[in-house]
Design a protein around this ligand. Structure first.
Ligand SMILES: NC(=O)c1ccc[n+]([C@@H]2O[C@H](COP(=O)([O-])OP(=O)(O)OC[C@H]3O[C@@H](n4cnc5c(N)ncnc54)[C@H](O)[C@@H]3O)[C@@H](O)[C@H]2O)c1
Length: 336
């Protein structure tokens, strides 16, 4: 049994993670500012379910509130921190760059400082497949260079990895960065393609299909993401004894710092995803084919060898199974 701070607990992944931690007997403090980047009622509904559990306590707070975050850590006594709260979304970062600086950079320093002074034994934080940016070498490996982000969102996630590495080096704070690949499932995010497509098809509206449907994404079911987070959080980051500055491996370090990809290792073309959703809904989509959007990458594909080797887990939920569960949740939740 551990006491764990989960930031972004009212968010999609934070909600599922908190549920799993509570179910295994951990105590969870969930932090979130319940911002209106997407439908706040969905966040409140997730939160209401978590608050029904006696092992859960909610703190409504803004990550960039330095004193507030200091007090959360001063009172916390957290064994581990899973930091998921962030301004998410690639496209929104084109129009709202400052939101990413506040939440993902200023907020991240506050979390690092809290962990450092609060004696936290392991900080696990959400990075993203988007850090691979302009890289086209597939599958994406944590041992590859990722110095060419193509959106500010990706740049802030890469910056988080660098900032955490510094704290691991200077203060021996064990840190692990997790690069999630397009996560989907029940209680998912209304700004993401699967949700937008499902809603539009059910309402008889056309869907915008970028890169003419040729986009490939390593869609990863949320339960697989949560399993990966929990296994990694329980396996505290240690220095890699083979690491050398003469040939610096980007994925590990002489400091207690690690990166992992968590992805399905099985990319799916957008047009196929749409067929799977159509099958699950029993209704055809009307597609508007459009070019690639600024900031988007045409393909993602996760190499998960390090995850499998270190924690013995490989995501395996098929897109058909996962979409079936998402659509079933959507229809029940929205009564349609
Ligand atoms: N869902 C994906 O496909 C995906 C892929 C790669 C990485 N990620 C990362 O995983 C993490 C969780 O993503 P998610 O899909 O659950 O997103 P989400 O938006 O559903 O959850 C994030 C939560 O953090 C909260 N939050 C945002 N800014 C905050 C701030 N300044 N202060 C306090 N709370 C704040 C939001 O209110 C939200 O509830 C994020 O860091 C995201 O960047 C997600």
């Amino acid at each position: 049994m551990a006491k764990i701070l989960v930031t972004g607990a009212a968010g999609f992944i934070g909600f599922h993670l908190s549920n799993r931690l509570l179910a295994r007997g951990d105590t969870v403090v969930g932090l979130d500012n319940l911002n209106d980047y997407y439908d706040v009622r969905l966040k409140e509904a997730r939160l209401a379910r978590l608050e029904a559990h006696p092992g859960f306590r909610f703190v409504r707070m803004e990550l960039s509130d330095r004193q507030g975050i200091e007090s959360v850590f001063a009172e916390g006594g957290f064994d581990r921190v899973v930091h998921l709260a962030a301004q998410a979304g690639v496209r929104y970062s084109i129009t709202h760059p400052h939101a990413y600086v506040e939440s993902n950079l200023v907020g991240f320093v506050n979390i690092l400082e809290g962990c450092r002074h609060g004696g936290v034994k392991h900080l696990v934080f959400a990075s993203s497949s988007s850090v691979y940016g302009a890289s086209t070498r597939m599958p994406f490996s944590i041992h590859d260079n990722v110095d060419h982000p193509v959106s500010l969102y990706a740049a802030t996630k890469k910056a988080n990895e660098l900032m955490a590495h510094t704290y691991a080096h200077l203060y021996r704070l064990p840190c692990t960065g997790l690069r999630f690949f397009t996560v989907y499932g029940p209680w998912g995010r209304p700004d993401m393609a699967m949700f937008l497509f499902t809603r539009a098809i059910l309402e008889g509206r056309p869907i915008d299909v970028y890169n003419y449907g040729k986009m490939r994404r390593d869609f990863t079911y949320v339960d697989d993401i949560v399993e990966g987070i929990i296994r990694v959080a329980d396996n505290i980051a240690r220095p890699n004894p083979d690491w050398t500055g003469d040939a610096p491996d980007p994925g590990t370090s002489s400091a207690p710092y690690r990166n992992y990809n968590i992805g399905n290792n099985n990319p799916v073309e957008l047009l196929h995803l749409i067929e799977v959703i159509e099958d699950a809904l029993g209704k055809k989509a009307e597609k508007i084919l459009l070019p690639l959007q600024p900031g988007d990458v045409p393909a993602t594909y996760a190499d998960v060898d390090d995850l499998v080797r270190d924690v013995g887990f490989k995501p395996a939920t098929s897109i058909e199974e996962g979409v079936g569960r998402f659509v079933a949740w959507y229809r029940e939740y929205y009564g349609c």
